[in-house]
Design a protein around this ligand. Sequence first.
Ligand SMILES: [Fe+2]
Length: 283
Amino acid sequence: MAQLEDELGDILEKARDGKSWSQKDLAQSVDIALEDIRRMENYDLIPDEAVLQKLASALDLHGPSLSAIANEAWAPEEITPDPGPFDLVCLNVFMGSYPVKCYLLICRETRETAIIDTGANPEAILRKAVELNVRPSKILLTHSHPDHAGGLSTLDREYHCPTWIDPKEPRPSGSHDLRHIADGEVIELGNLRIQVIATPGHTPGGISYWVGESIISGDAIFAGSMGRANASWPGLYHSITDRLLTFPGHYRLFPGHGPATTVGEEKQHNPFFFAPATRGGRV
Ligand SMILES: [Fe+2]
C-alpha cells in the first residue's frame, strides 16, 4: 500500500490549526492527557478506537476515515493513466531527505514538454528528459516553496524557457523569463490546453494545473489530508471543497507529496473532506 504523506499526527495538528486550538485545547476538549496528544502528534502513539472517534468528533473530522489512516488501513488505489493524448511522468525527488514530486507533461503527438514544479533536484529532471528524448519548453510552478521551485535556475539555464507562476507568490529566483498567470487562464502545450485553477491557502498564490482528466495540485491536498495552511486555513479548505473536489470522481489529483489520488477517493476517505456520494460533482 502506498505510504501517505500525512499520518495521524499531521492530521490532528492541521485540524487543530483550523480551529486555532492548542494541543491543550484539544486535550481538554476530549478529556485526555496533554501528553497523549503530544505523543500522537510526534507519531509516538496511536490511540484506541474510542479515543480516535472522540478526536474526530471534536475536530470535525470523519471518524471512520481518520481511524483507517491512523491504523494504516487505507491508501488510494493506484490510479489509471489519463486517457488524454499526453503522458504525465512523475519524478520522485528529494530535498535533503524530504521527498517531493515534480512532473513532466508531454504532448504525445508533438512531444512538446512542460516541467510542472522543478523540485530541489534538477539533475533528476535533466536525466529523465534525456531518457524520454524530450526537451522541455515551459516550466509551470504550483508555488514557490524551495522544495517545488528550488531547481529553477539550473533548468532555466539548460532549457532557456519561460516559467509561469501566480503573481501572489514570492518571486522564485532563477528564471530569466518569469510570467504571471491567474485562475482560468490557459497555457498551450502542443495540442494540449492546461488550465489554471487558483487553489490558495497553503501559500498566497498556490495554483493547480488541469489537463485532460488530471490536476497537478501542488501542496493544496494530499491523499487523506490537506496541505499545511501557511497562508489561510479557510482559504485552503475552500480551495479544496469549492474547486478541486467539484471535479468528477474519476479525475486524478497529483499532489506535490505522497501518492496520486482521485476526487472520488478523497470524498470517500479523506477525514477532512468526506462527503456522501450523493453530493455530486461538477458533471
Ligand atoms: Fe509547499
